[in-house]
Design a protein around this ligand. Structure first.
Ligand SMILES: Nc1ncnc2c1ncn2[C@@H]1O[C@H](COP(=O)(O)OP(=O)(O)OP(=O)(O)O)[C@@H](O)[C@H]1O
Ligand SMILES: [Mg+2]
Length: 235
């Protein structure tokens, strides 16, 4: 479904992604693992068109997307939930949900079906529909960021550090949400500091070090890999 091939990404003159390749199959949950600065966010931003690789290609459903504008990529169903949520503190919950549906992929659920769907998934967002996003708890803000992404009707949802700053109970809820999105047929590319959680949710994982893939394996294999254990699982 998604094929990233040999992408090189620079910030100014500094190259931070060096010929990175990865693929995600339809219906798969794939995780990108790596320490701070490894290039996880940069990779996701390149897929969603916020950054443009200087070489290599990104193909989604047989179509090159690395030359497209971000809104055209969203319209094809590739949607990123950004690191740090990036909500508008003074905008209401309901307005965020509406906004998420503005550049949606056509097909699948209708707009109003999606509104019902996200409210069913996150009832608190319906309760707090008129509340400003800035007044929500961290967990509720993450729900809203995901709900906004779902309003775009994604086929492939990219989540960047969704558990960041969440209380343990909210992390469990988040894990349940990711599982149910997978069951709903959404393909997921997950970046997560909680590597144990990510590997329990994912089918496969890629380990990134300074802008390169150094390991690619099935999640259960990575969970047992001594290098992964030592570097990311605190074992
Ligand atoms: N806007 C930017 N301008 C210049 N350099 C950047 C910019 N954003 C990131 N970098 C650099 O690019 C490299 C990759 O950063 P990136 O944010 O992709 O890493 P990450 O794996 O997402 O890290 P983290 O776990 O901290 O979120 C790092 O060396 C970082 O300092
Ligand atoms: Mg990041």
């Amino acid at each position: 479904m998604l094929e990233v091939k040999d992408i090189v990404v620079r910030y100014g003159r500094r190259e931070v992604i060096h010929e990175l390749s990865l693929s995600v199959a339809d219906g798969e949950v794939v995780t990108l693992i790596g320490s701070n600065g490894a290039g996880k966010t940069t990779t996701l931003k390149s897929i969603s068109g916020l950054l443009r690789p200087v070489s290599g290609s990104i193909v989604f459903d047989g179509e090159r997307i690395d030359t497209m504008q971000p809104h055209d990529i969203i319209a094809r169903g590739v949607v990123q939930v950004p690191e740090g949520r990036l909500l508008f503190p003074d905008m209401s919950v309901g307005e965020h949900i509406e906004l998420g549906g503005v550049r949606a992929r056509s097909g699948g659920r209708t707009y109003s079906e999606r509104v019902d769907w996200v409210h069913e998934m996150f009832p608190i967002l319906l309760e707090r529909r008129d509340q400003k996003a800035g007044t929500l708890s961290g967990g509720q803000q993450q729900m809203l960021a995901i709900a906004r992404g779902l309003m775009a009707n994604p086929r492939c949802l990219m989540l960047d550090e969704p558990s960041l700053g969440l209380a343990p109970i909210m992390v469990d809820l988040l894990a349940d949400t990711i599982r149910s999105l997978h069951e709903a047929g959404i393909t997921i590319l997950l970046v997560e500091q909680r590597v144990d959680l990510a590997l329990r949710l994912a089918h496969r994982g890629y380990v990134l070090e300074t802008g390169r893939v150094v390991l690619e394996e099935r999640a259960e294999v990575l969970l047992e890999d001594p290098r992964v254990k030592a570097a990311y699982l605190g074992a």
